[in-house]
Write a protein that binds this ligand. Structure first.
Ligand SMILES: [Zn+2]
Length: 485
């Protein structure tokens, strides 16, 4: 009897070992903020960085973001959840929540941990679908460990999902990496040590110098070591996002010497980090992907200096001008309350208290917003199917639209026109156009054979692919397709 029981137990153990699918020890997600696809071919300076990704990785050369607005919070949420704002709820970097203008990760029910008294509480609670990290947890009985690292809060918090061991971002008030009570009540020793050790570097301009890139990877390396990621048979996830590539480009423009120097450093940091991963985890034991949350449009001065079509539309001015026209017509101030991510919000309180006809105000607001020649369409999203706009654009607006969080009117500038003042050298993004929606995508490492394709793939395919390779269920809102070339 006893022998039978032991045999049965041995059989169960053997079966469960067999049932355990092969998985890498670590998944590394590397998102480079505002990295256009063509940058892959601009910025291969040294050995071991972008060059190694291109040589040893599988390249998807035609990966598109199929929603608007193409902005940071939506991009990071979509990469890791395999779905779009219509489902995951991250409608922009900012949106309306219960009538209040909030950032994507703002959470006033939490407090900042580390930093100083200006360090705010944040969480992933506005993200209403699961992520790759969440699915890994479910598949491993919550033994998997996820860490998110970035300079930007949203770029660390959203990729890390709802139940990571940690998410750390740079707090410019205190010049240090911080977290919030959503995750823990005290900074881990290794994070406070890191802040102390790099006090001088962290006090530098993180946004517009290569030091921001260096500190991001130095933190990621510490997370890898101290959280023991990729050190056992349970798959872990390290989500790294490089933010200063975006912040610097917003200020100095694409291909400015400052942006070039950040990419030069990024190429070096990637080379070093691949070396660290190869040594600590082993190339055959980690699956790395590189992508971007969105691309970037070249600045107006850069385009027009060479006779190329471009244009500027400055959204705060557009809101003021449209409100003035509506006031002339209806005698009520500020009938449009906000503008965020190319959407405009009608002021329901003002409409109701002046007893105006909602449909009449909506039609007048769309007409007013459409007046500048830079604007092609101003769309009442609830009636989008009645507009004579191409179905590809309709689909992207619908996939990016979350009722109540997004504004009721979606504005489409003419192609090439972007949100900026004419005199600014800044680049920007947010539109459906190639410059903003065409992103790099490379997989490298575990079970990846080098190669490339130019067939159409989507940002939402990234999470679908990672989960399919790992034989875990895709995130609950995932609409992407595994691309297993
Ligand atoms: Zn971004």
């Amino acid at each position: 009897m006893r022998l039978k029981l032991i045999t049965a137990l041995a059989l169960i153990a053997a079966l469960s070992a067999m049932a355990q699918p092969a998985r890498p020890k670590l998944v590394v997600g590397l998102v480079v903020d505002q990295m256009r696809w063509d940058y892959l071919y601009n910025y291969q300076w040294g050995e071991g960085g972008f060059k190694t990704l291109l040589q040893d990785g599988y390249l998807f050369n035609n990966t598109i973001i199929d929603y608007v607005p193409t902005v940071t919070a939506a991009g990071h949420a979509s990469i890791y959840s395999g779905t779009t704002p219509a489902f995951h709820g991250i409608a922009g970097n900012n949106f309306m929540l219960h009538g209040k203008n909030v950032t994507s990760v703002q959470d006033d029910s939490e407090r900042g941990i580390g930093g100083n008294d200006k360090t705010r509480g944040k969480s992933p609670r506005n993200l209403i679908t699961t992520t790759i990290g969440d699915q890994l947890q479910l598949a491993t009985d919550f033994k998997s460990r996820t860490v998110g690292i970035a300079l930007k809060d949203r770029a660390a918090i959203l990729p890390a999902g709802h139940h990571p061991v940690g998410a750390y971002w740079y707090d410019s008030n205190s010049h240090s990496f911080v977290t919030s009570t959503y995750y823990r009540d005290k900074l881990p020793r290794w994070v406070s040590d890191f802040n102390k050790r790099h006090r001088n570097e962290l006090a530098m301009d993180m946004n517009n110098t290569p030091m921001g890139t260096t500190m991001t990877f130095a933190m990621a390396e510490q997370a890898l070591i101290n959280e023991q990621l990729g050190q056992d048979e349970v798959t872990d996830l390290l989500a790294i996002s490089v933010s200063n590539t975006d912040m610097c480009s917003h200020y100095y423009g694409t291909h400015s010497p400052k942006v070039d120097s950040i990419y030069w450093q990024l190429d070096r940091e990637i080379a070093h980090f691949i070396q660290v991963l190869d040594q600590r985890v082993g190339r055959d034991n980690y699956l790395l992907f590189l992508s971007a949350d969105h691309g970037g449009t070249h600045s107006y001065p850069r385009m027009t200096a060479h006779g190329l079509p471009s244009g500027c539309w400055y959204n705060p001015d557009a809101l003021i001008a449209a409100n003035k026209q509506l006031q002339d017509q209806f005698g009520v101030k500020q009938l449009l309350s906000e503008e965020m991510e190319y959407t405009f919000y009608l002021n329901h309180e003002a409409i109701d208290s002046a007893r105006l006809d909602y449909d009449q105000v909506m039609r007048a607001a769309c007409r007013a917003l459409e007046q500048p020649e830079e604007i092609q369409w101003a769309i009442d999203v609830s009636r989008i199917d009645t507009y004579p706009i191409p179905s590809i654009l309709k689909e992207r607006i619908k996939l990016g639209y979350f009722p109540e969080r997004s504004g009721e009117i979606y504005v489409v500038p003419r192609t090439g026109v972007y949100a900026s003042k004419v005199e600014w050298a800044a680049s920007n993004h947010g539109s459906w156009s190639q410059s903003d929606s065409h992103i790099p995508l490379i997989f490298m490492g575990w079970h990846v054979t080098p190669g490339e394709t130019s067939r159409l793939t989507h940002m939402t395919d990234i999470a679908a692919t990672v989960c399919a390779m790992l034989h875990i269920q895709a995130p609950n809102g995932c609409i992407g397709t595994p691309i297993l070339e």
